[in-house]
Design a protein around this ligand. Structure first.
Ligand code: UD1
Ligand code: MG
Length: 476
């Protein structure tokens, strides 16, 4: 038996089509599935399957599309090839030829199959041999829209007939083309120039390569996928919603097998980039995106949204919190209704209550801000108590200024810090104070007007108002 020489597998990803069925101003391939453009999922699967690089076929003026997609798979070398105008999938692969080496094997993937996994890609790679076109196929109870596989007596494909071009007797064929192929670059270079466009769409179909191979002594081989839900092409918004749900459930199942509890898996969204430790509980309607990392034994309350958040162990997030690009060390408690914005760090054991907003604030260990506060550009020491209604006035209309509260400071309710301002260790701010100057360590700062009580004022007021009432005026 001929031994396989290790070859360079290069992914050729087709993404230049108009995607008209999406009815969108955006290119189809940029529509997101679980937070990533759909074609980025395809590139990732190719990378994980062992392809050494990728050639991404895009339409005209697609530089932005290219940079969005290639930056989503940072460690994978991706090159752009342009197909202008798009004249079919065969023409698209032709545009990649000059970037393929003679010894390369092209792993051709439609860019619109976002649920594909690396094992699916590996299967056509494993089935490949020299001078062979490998086609991924499956059997569908409803094959409409897909190219039908026509087989010879030995069972290998002799042709693929596109849905629109099927003769009535071919329409009932349930054996379909999935749009996943492995083929020698040399075979492509030899056969692609022979493609013709005499079909219902006037396009150069890649699928016609099958019959060209058969007429030129090249081999064709079908690899049959039993379970094909992951390989369904996304052509419209209904397909997009199916793909979103499928990927979402895949991530949630993996989390559950790793020891994460989901109170209602139908109502949680966690992107695949997120890491969550054992015994953490996600309540319903939680959304966790980006490079978020969550420790063990945490609880994320209902309807909370986390984006690029880092949580230590034992963090408790009560319902309806929004966290973005912030760090919560272990045993922190936040919410309900807390908003933690970029650059915020809540140190170990600190607590942030309802309607508290923080931005670029380092909140010290064991400190507390229980209610209705805004802390921005602030450095808060250890064991600080921030009373209800405390506001850092950090912006003077032009610049942002810092507020620093040293360890053990006590801030009475309804305090404003007009930054820049510094309060020394164990400084004490009386309720209702507007702090405009630094406060020395251990000092009390109060700025409110002294209270005056006027005895009997209420009675005098009502007597005065009765006397002024006109006698014959009816009550209204
Ligand atoms: C294609 C196959 C069909 C298969 C189905 C599987 C052909 C002719 N048909 O049909 O046999 O059953 O996929 O999902 O290949 N593209 C380009 N340039 C073009 C046209 C398309 O890059 O000129 C890209 C698209 O962006 C898309 C992919 O190729 O990512 C497939 O194109 P699409 O129009 O979706 O083909 P299907 O009709 O789904
Ligand atoms: Mg398609």
């Amino acid at each position: 038996m001929e031994t396989k020489i290790p070859q360079k597998f290069v992914a050729v990803v087709l993404a230049a089509g108009h995607g008209t069925r999406m009815k969108s101003h955006r290119p189809k391939v940029l529509h997101e599935v679980l937070g990533l453009p759909m074609t980025a999922h395809v590139l990732k699967a190719a990378q994980d399957a062992g392809c050494s690089r990728a050639i991404l076929i895009l339409g005209a003026d697609a530089d932005d599309t290219f940079s969005t997609l290639s930056s989503a798979v940072e460690s994978f070398p991706v090159e752009q090839a342009t197909q202008n105008p798009p004249r079919g999938t065969g023409d698209a692969v032709r545009c990649a030829l000059e970037k393929l080496g003679d010894e390369d094997v092209a792993v051709i993937l439609n860019g619109d199959i976002p649920c594909i996994q690396s094992d699916d890609v590996k299967r056509v790679m494993d089935a490949w041999e020299a001078n062979t076109l490998v086609v991924g196929t499956t059997r569908l109870s409803d094959p409409s829209g897909y190219g039908r596989i026509i087989r010879g007596i030995d069972g290998s494909p002799t042709d693929i007939r596109e849905d629109r071009d099927c003769r009535p007797e071919e329409k009932s064929i349930v054996d379909v083309n999935l749009g996943i192929y492995a083929v020698d670059a040399a075979l492509l270079a030899r056969e692609l120039p022979r493609l013709e466009s005499n079909n219902s769409q006037g396009e150069y179909y890649l699928t016609d390569l099958v019959k060209l191979c058969r007429s030129s002594q090249a081999n064709t081989r079908a690899v049959t996928y039993e379970s094909c839900e992951d390989l369904m092409g996304v052509n419209d918004r209904i397909h997009l919603a199916h793909a979103e749900k499928r990927l979402r459930m895949r991530v949630l199942h993996k989390l559950m097998t790793e020891g994460v509890t989901l109170l209602d898996p139908e109502r949680a969204l966690v992107e695949s980039s997120v890491q969550i430790g054992k015994d953490t509980v996600l309540e319903a309607d939680v959304t966790i995106r980006g490079a978020s990392t969550i420790g063990e034994g945490c609880r994320i309350g209902q309807s909370s949204v986390l984006m690029n958040a880092t949580l230590g162990d034992g963090v408790q997030i009560l319902p309806h919190c929004v966290l973005e690009q912030c760090t919560l060390e272990s045993d922190v408690k936040a919410g309900p209704f807390a908003r933690l914005r970029p650059g915020t760090i809540l140190r170990k054991g600190s607590a942030v209550g309802n309607f508290v907003e923080m931005k670029k604030t380092d909140f010290g260990p064991g400190s507390k801000a229980g209610h209705l506060s805004y802390l921005g550009d602030a450095t808060i020491g250890r064991g600080v108590n921030v009373g209800a209604g405390t506001i850092t006035c950090n912006y003077d209309g032009t610049h942002k200024h810092p507020t620093v509260l040293e360890d053990g400071v006590f801030v009475g309710s309804d305090t404003q810090f007009v930054a820049p301002v510094h309060v020394g260790e164990k400084g004490y701010i009386g309720a209702g104070t507007t702090v405009t100057q630094d406060v020395p360590a251990g000092a009390l700062a109060v700025s409110r007007v002294r209270q005056e009580n006027k005895e009997g004022w209420v009675a005098r007021r009502s007597a005065g108002s009765n006397a002024s009432k006109p006698e014959n005026k009816r009550d209204r």
